[in-house]
Design a protein around this ligand. Structure first.
Ligand SMILES: CC(C)(COP(=O)(O)OP(=O)(O)OC[C@H]1O[C@@H](n2cnc3c(N)ncnc32)[C@H](O)[C@@H]1OP(=O)(O)O)[C@@H](O)C(=O)NCCC(=O)NCCS
Length: 212
């Protein structure tokens, strides 16, 4: 399937991906991440600046941590979309990771990462929009993003996508050099956003137009 104008909720992930299109002048493909991507993800993670890895739930430069990630995907507790460049090399990803707590199953964390060379061309927006569609498919109502307060660009990007600051946790992140950073949590009510867009006729509504 090709993507262009976003049709975020009318087909399941299995039908929708892989999807290919041009974003910011770059030919890219989106597809669901699976077991066979282990080595390519490790290579991608090891190519990233240290600071980009800070906000992640786990250290994805470590093979054992990538295995835990793949396990969550296999169990359906998380869904990850890979962004591949024209050479079929991983250039970014988005993960929707459902909260483990029984009373917070309607909340998922969104983690988006675009490799430094492809930033600022709309890839982060594409991945985030598609991740919203995935979140709705998982039955999630609210999506949060967590990042250190000095990630100004990431905060600006998330805000431009409708996320609102919800909490600030002081000295919550310690980097590998032992320096502490404040963590900001931004949130987005995806169900409300989807209803608003559907009402505006921007895209099809879940279940073939039967309403959200
Ligand atoms: C956050 C990140 C995914 C953004 O990816 P990206 O491909 O550069 O983002 P995009 O080019 O799609 O930009 C998305 C929006 O943010 C805006 N934006 C981008 N950089 C910005 C900046 N420095 N200041 C203000 N707005 C900015 C864009 O204009 C765009 O808005 P628009 O579509 O209305 O024009 C990328 O910077 C990244 O991987 N950072 C490291 C990991 C991270 O911090 N992830 C977030 C925590 S989960």
């Amino acid at each position: 399937m090709a993507f262009g104008a976003f049709d975020l909720v009318s087909v399941s992930s299995d039908e929708r991906y892989p999807a290919t299109g041009t974003v910011g002048g770059q030919r890219v493909t989106l597809r669901l991440m699976a077991d066979g991507d282990r080595e390519a993800i490790l290579a991608f993670a090891n190519s990233l600046p240290q600071h980009d890895l800070l906000f992640l739930r786990r250290d994805i430069t470590r093979p054992d941590q990538v295995d835990v990630w793949l396990q969550r995907l296999a169990l359906g507790d998380a869904t990850s979309l890979l962004l591949l460049d024209g050479n079929d090399t991983i250039a970014g990803y988005a993960t929707v990771d459902r909260n483990d707590l029984p009373w917070s199953q309607h909340v998922a964390e969104l983690r988006v990462l675009v490799g430094p060379t492809l930033r600022g061309r709309g890839m982060g927006r594409l991945l985030t929009e598609e991740a919203f569609r995935v979140a709705l498919g998982m039955g999630v109502d609210k999506v949060i993003g967590q990042m250190t307060v000095d990630q100004h660009q990431a905060i600006a990007v998330f805000r431009s996508l409708g996320f609102q600051p919800e909490a600030l946790l002081r000295d919550h992140v310690k980097d590998r050099d032992g320096n502490k950073h404040d963590l900001v949590i931004l949130s987005h009510d995806v169900a409300a956003a989807q209803r608003a867009r559907a009402a505006a006729g921007v895209f099809d509504v879940v279940n073939g137009g039967q309403g959200a």
